[in-house]
Ligand binder design. Structure first.
Ligand code: FE2
Length: 370
C-alpha cells in the first residue's frame, strides 16, 4: 500500500508569543532546549523575531511580531502565547499543498520557495482549527540551520543542560462543542489520517465535567493528533475553560517523549517548572494496576508521575501547569514502554487534578443552562 499523503515527521511547532526573547529563555531553562537559530532585526527581518529551540528531534520556534498589525502580534493579543503552526516535513511540499487543497483544505500561505546560500526551502500552509495552521515543509534542497533568513544563534550559548527529551509524541487540540467530528474529517479527508482511538464522555467524565476525544494518526502511524471537545457536565469543563481563555479552538498540549521519565522530570522539577499535583491516594493501588512500575512507585509518587497500561505495554506521563498566564497551553512528558495509548486509565484522576486547579482559578463554575 502506498501512503497517498506521506509525512516524514513533525518538523517544528511554532508558537506566537508576546516576547520571543523571554519565551526562548523560558523554554531553554525549563526544558533544556538549545537555541539553534535566530531571525530578527539583526538578520534583516523587519517584522518578526524568532528563536529556534532544539533538543534531539524536537524543534520549537517562538516568534513575536515587531508591530501591532503583524499576524503574530494579533495572534498573541487574541489568544495569549500559543501554538500557531504545526509544521510537517513532507517529501514534496507542492504536492502536499495541492492534494490538501484539492481535498478541501483552505490555504493559509501559498506555496513558495525561499532561497539563500544553503539552497531552496519550499513550504506552504493550510488552515486548521481556529487560527492554527498546518505548514508543509520540504527540506531536501536545503541544508541551512533552519530556514532562509535564520542564522545560527550569535549570543554566547549557555552550557547545554539536556533533560533527555527526544521527540514530539502527540499534539492535542481543543475544539468547540460539536466540532470534533468536523476536524476528524478534516485530517482524514485532506491528509489521509485515520482514527486510531476514541473516548466518549462516559469514559472521560468526573463528577463535574466531561469531554470527548478522538485520536487521528497519519498513514505511517508516526504522527498523532488527538482532538477534544467539551461534553456537558455540571460545571464548566477544562476544555470550555481553555476555549474561553484562548478565545477559540487551539492546541491544548504538546507531549514530549523521553526514554527515562524519572530522570527527565527530576531535572525539569529542579529547574522550577510546576507540574499538576497528584493526590497521594493515586499511588495506593498503582503497583497493582501497572505491575511493571511496582518497584518504583515511591519514586513516581515523589515526582507526581502517572502510569497506565494497555494491551501493548505501559506508559508513564506527567503534565505541566499551563506555561503562560492564561490557563491554555501546557506540556506533557511521556515515556512509552510499548503502550500506544494516551493514559486513558489516568483520565479521571488527571481531570480531577485539573479541576482542582480550575477551582483555584475561580473557573470551575456552574455551567450556564442553555
Ligand atoms: Fe497527551
Amino acid at each position: 500500500m502506498t501512503d497517498r499523503f506521506p509525512i516524514r515527521r513533525i518538523d517544528h511547532i511554532e508558537l506566537y508569543v508576546g516576547n520571543a526573547r523571554q519565551a526562548a529563555a523560558f523554554y531553554r531553562h525549563a526544558f533544556g532546549f538549545r537555541v539553534a537559530a535566530y531571525r530578527g532585526l539583526e538578520t534583516g527581518s523587519r517584522e518578526t523575531t524568532s528563536y529556534v529551540l532544539e533538543c534531539r528531534a524536537i524543534r520549537l520556534v517562538v516568534t513575536s511580531g515587531l508591530a501591532p498589525g503583524h499576524p503574530a502580534a494579533r495572534f498573541a493579543h487574541a489568544h495569549g502565547d500559543g501554538v500557531a503552526v504545526i509544521a510537517l516535513e513532507v517529501p514534496d511540499a507542492a504536492y502536499a499543498f495541492a492534494e490538501a487543497r484539492q481535498r478541501g483544505a483552505a490555504g493559509a500561505a501559498p506555496f513558495g520557495d525561499e532561497r539563500d546560500a544553503h539552497g531552496v526551502f519550499r513550504s506552504a500552509a493550510v488552515r486548521a482549527y481556529g487560527d492554527t495552521v498546518i505548514r508543509f515543509v520540504e527540506r531536501r534542497g536545503y541544508d541551512g540551520v533552519f530556514a532562509p533568513g535564520f542564522e545560527p544563534h550569535g549570543a554566547p550559548e549557555m552550557p547545554a543542560d539536556d533533560v533527555g527529551l527526544e521527540a514530539v509524541d502527540h499534539v492535542v487540540a481543543n475544539v468547540e462543542l460539536g466540532q470534533m467530528d468536523r476536524w476528524v474529517r478534516f485530517f482524514a479527508e485532506t491528509m489521509g489520517f485515520s482514527e486510531m482511538l476514541h473516548f466518549d464522555d462516559e469514559a472521560i467524565s468526573t463528577e463535574y465535567s466531561a469531554l470527548m476525544s478522538k485520536v487521528m494518526q497519519d498513514g505511517a502511524g508516526r504522527i498523532k493528533f488527538p482532538i477534544n471537545e467539551p461534553a456537558s457536565g455540571r460545571r464548566k469543563s477544562q476544555v470550555a475553560e481553555y476555549l474561553d481563555y484562548f478565545g477559540g479552538p487551539g492546541v491544548q498540549h504538546v507531549a514530549l517523549a523521553t526514554r527515562d521519565i524519572v530522570e527527565t522530570v527530576s531535572r525539569i522539577r529542579a529547574r522550577g517548572l510546576a507540574f499538576l499535583p497528584v493526590p497521594d491516594a493515586y499511588y495506593d493501588d498503582l503497583g497493582a494496576r501497572v505491575p511493571a512500575v511496582a518497584p518504583y512507585v515511591g519514586e513516581l509518587a515523589r515526582l507526581g508521575i502517572l502510569a497506565d497500561r494497555d494491551e501493548d505495554g505501559y506508559l508513564l506521563q506527567v503534565f505541566t501547569q499551563p506555561v503562560q498566564d492564561r490557563p491554555t497551553l501546557f506540556f506533557e512528558v511521556i515515556e512509552r514502554r510499548g503502550a500506544r495509548g494516551f493514559g486513558q486509565g489516568n483520565f479521571k484522576s488527571l481531570f480531577e487534578a485539573i479541576e482542582r486547579e480550575q477551582a483555584r482559578r475561580g473557573n470551575l463554575v456552574e455551567a450556564v443552562a442553555s
